[in-house]
Write a protein that binds this ligand. Sequence first.
Ligand code: CA
Length: 233
Amino acid sequence: MKHNRYKVLLIEDESNIRSMVKAILYANGYQVILADSCQSGMMLFSSHLPDLVILDLGLPDRDGLEFIRHIRKTDVTPVLVLSARTTEEDKIQALDLGANDYVTKPFGTGELLARVRAALRSCRISRDAALPAGKFQLLDLTIDYNRRLVTVGGGEVSLTQTEYNILDFLSQNSGKVLTYSAIIRQVWGYDDPGSVKKLQVNMANLRKKLGAKPGAENYIVNELGVGYRMNDT
Ligand code: CA
């Protein structure tokens, strides 16, 4: 099985389609989180911080458009709509609310995978546009910006896209205190007081993966109540 670093949240109430899409994604190396209602989708979105959402619109509790409206207040995570609604108005409505793409049912496996890759790519390109090339080195930690590869003591560290983007931003400003809102704006594109919790969850996971012991400030210093600072090389 192929592996990639992407986590996909699939919100779909029809169990046969859910199983099929899950199998397709899983076979192509994606991590998949499943939700069968709008409400559970919103909860899993906040707790799992996926890299991409695949969203059905006809959900039992609420219209899937509500999900887009809800997350777009604070978040730029790509959303791929997968729906049986085929009119142009339906598509325009979803896209205007902030969906990144729209696939109508029935769909082909190849098409779905291509749209998933495109949505992830467009999101990555817009975030990477200003990145300089090269490497960052601090103690045992190395970041290869060209390959988006992070190693500690020579061993590769597997990060989610969001964790990588946070590390990337901190390392390119090492020595500088970056406020919560500056990091949130850079990584998610929106600044909202509710996003601080999301940043803290990602940061805790990132530091755990980098091997920082509790209390030890090997790489990233927590400036309590203000933000974070990457130690200087
Ligand atoms: Ca449905």
